[in-house]
Design a protein around this ligand. Structure first.
Ligand SMILES: O=C(CO)[C@H](O)[C@H](O)COP(=O)(O)O
Length: 233
């Protein structure tokens, strides 16, 4: 099975959790894209759901499939969000934001009664940190924020450089909400809660890619099929 086939396979299992009338959060990334494609097929066949996309890319995809969309202003509580992840541990703590959508992804996940993570087995780790941690920051005062972020990282027992994410054109990548992203290459995050708290306290940090206690379930596609992990909480 190729990695893309694995992503499609977990999306196909996740789609089974969708029920008529549900209010859904739609994730961002190549795995979530498969879920949205499959949802589009169900909507075409008459399924009624209402969805909040977590990025402009997902919005465009959903619109192209005629999936009915709403906002969290109109529909502030969702039944289920299905989204990918860049990394997850056995406690279903995640690193997200590889696709630069972490801010909206976290708002949508937090507004959802349930979050199912869909990923291929390469995303499973013992300790978070192999994937550089995305930190979304305000453009104003970037130099000062960068120093404060480095101190927050060090105080949480982590080390590693933090780089401004660039777009394909070489300019700083600007998120859907108009911010920029610092990617922190930490290798290992011994205490994700401590790091999350430290980063949240830095003025200029809008959000970080540590999703702690948000996922209720994960579907992981490996060589022997799809593994289901439930949140210990
Ligand atoms: O957090 C994300 C976007 O901000 C994605 O869910 C994450 O990057 C995983 O993407 P993919 O399914 O393409 O591997």
């Amino acid at each position: 099975m190729t990695q893309d086939e694995a992503k499609r396979a977990v999306a196909a299992v996740a789609i089974e959790a969708v029920r008529p009338g549900m209010r859904l959060g739609l994730g961002t990334g190549s795995t979530a894209k498969h879920f949205v494609d499959l949802l589009g097929e169900l909507v075409r066949d008459g399924l009624q759901v209402i969805c909040v996309p977590t990025s402009e890319a997902t919005r465009a995809q959903a619109q192209s499939l005629n999936i009915p969309l709403t906002t969290l202003d109109e529909t502030p509580e969702l039944d289920l969000t299905v989204d990918g992840a860049d990394e997850l541990d056995a406690h279903l703590n995640l690193i997200k934001g590889g696709g630069a959508a972490l801010l909206r992804e976290k708002i949508v996940a937090a507004a959802s009664a349930r979050m199912i993570v869909i990923a291929d087995a390469s995303k499973k780790v013992e300790t978070l940190g192999r994937f550089p941690l995305p930190i979304e920051v305000i453009q104003f005062g970037l130099g000062a924020t960068k120093i404060a972020v480095a101190k927050a990282i060090e105080a949480a027992g982590c080390t590693g450089p933090t780089r401004l994410r660039l777009a394909a054109d070489g300019h700083p990548l600007v998120t859907d909400s108009g911010h920029v992203i610092l990617d922190a290459a930490l290798e290992r995050i011994p205490d994700a809660r401590a790091l999350a708290d430290n980063l949240a306290a830095v003025p200029g940090v809008v959000e970080h890619g540590l999703f702690i206690g948000l996922a209720s379930e994960a579907l992981i596609a490996g060589p022997t099929g799809v593994e289901r992990l439930a949140s210990p909480a």
